[in-house]
Design a protein around this ligand. Structure first.
Ligand code: SAM
Ligand code: SF4
Length: 327
């Protein structure tokens, strides 16, 4: 499906929970989100929406959260989505804390790739950023997935005055392992509005000085807006997702569904359509037909704005946003 700006929308991020086992300071509000279990979509409801979306041309799904690995039976959901006609790819973004223990089930279910969010390789700084001493668990999870030959990416967000220099060590993950290490500019969404980010422009210049062999990597790596570079002798690439200082919205190919079943055309705005209301009647049974849900999905796609509104804080999505929308 194309949106009204001609962008081909074929990717959907699906948040499966808004709970998390970390408290990253730029994401999780001080009072964590507590959505009642009854308000979270069931596996059957998520699978139904994904099947309908797949029928409209959405072929790639990313499970996110909150922390998706906190959702019981996530591997079963992965397997179910993978069996859906027209679905080409099911991936996940995770903080990696539970990855090692869940990996075998996810891999067997057919998970195509995993993005692990990691903002530093330093144990004390990791605890400062996330609130927990769990770096080793994340590293074990990354190693486990890489050892199975899985596609693994590291996503890092740099905060000014906190982990500005963490990139040096993070890039080294790509040296001997076929891992892409990507730097996502902090967006002023929810708690992110209270923290200062680091511009990828300055970061790139510092990296180029440290590794002069940095050169563009023309290969397609994923489904998103990252721009990739290679360093001589490195197994993986370095990616930049420049939400604030780079091309970001022009190639946007995605919609997002929150764990409560709200379908959002854009990360930056509060606007959404509640699919949960269409999926459920008061008694909890299916209320609307697949056609009605497909119409709602089409409507969200055609309402996608041309670009985010990060420059206007009054319009940007509110306090609990990232942990609910799923990044
Ligand atoms: N818990 C999982 C994780 O950390 O990967 C999935 C959800 S988390 C919201 C998804 C991604 O959003 C993480 O990589 C996180 O660093 C990123 N994120 C959260 N708040 C952000 C913000 N304000 N700006 C940019 N990225 C943000
Ligand atoms: Fe949790 Fe991910 Fe948000 Fe960190 S970024 S608090 S791991 S949802």
């Amino acid at each position: 499906m194309r949106d009204s700006f001609g962008r081909d929308i074929r990717y959907m991020r699906v948040s499966v929970t808004d709970r998390c086992n970390l408290r990253c300071r730029y994401c999780m509000p001080k009072e964590p989100v507590r959505t009642g279990q009854q308000d979270i979509l069931t596996d059957g409801e998520i699978a139904r929406v994904c099947r309908i979306a797949a029928g409209l041309g959405i072929t790639r799904f990313k499970l996110t959260g909150g922390e998706p690995l906190l959702r019981p039976l996530l591997a079963e959901l992965v397997a179910r989505l993978k069996e859906t006609p027209s679905v080409e790819q099911v991936t996940m973004t995770s903080n990696g804390v539970l990855l090692c223990e869940e990996w075998d089930r996810l891999f067997a279910a057919g998970l195509d790739a995993v993005n692990v969010s990691l903002d530093t390789a330093d144990r004390a700084l990791y605890e400062r950023i996330t609130g927990f001493d769990r770096l080793q668990q994340v590293l074990d999870g990354i190693d486990r997935a890489v050892s199975c030959g899985a596609a693994v990416r590291i996503n890092a967000v740099l905060q000014r005055g906190v982990n500005d220099d963490a990139w040096r060590e993070l890039i080294l993950f790509a040296k001997d392992r076929p891992i892409d290490v990507r730097f996502i500019e902090l967006m002023p969404i929810g708690m992110g509005a209270k923290v200062k980010g680091v511009s990828n422009t300055g970061l790139f210049a510092a990296m180029k000085a440290a590794w002069p062999s940095l050169k563009p990597d023309g290969r397609v790596h994923g489904n998103g807006p990252a721009v990739y570079w290679r360093i001589d002798g490195f197994a993986g690439s370095v990616g930049f997702i420049s939400a604030m200082h780079g091309p970001f919205c022009g190639g946007c190919n995605r919609i997002r569904m929150t764990a409560r079943g709200e379908l959002r055309p854009c990360l930056g705005y509060e606007d959404c359509v509640s699919l949960r209301d269409l999926l459920r009647s008061e008694k909890g049974e299916s209320r609307e037909t697949d056609d009605a849900i497909a119409r709602a999905v089409r409507g969200v796609i055609s309402s996608k704005p041309r670009m985010h509104c990060f420059e206007d804080r009054r319009r940007t999505a509110g306090a609990e946003a990232m942990v609910q929308i799923g990044g």
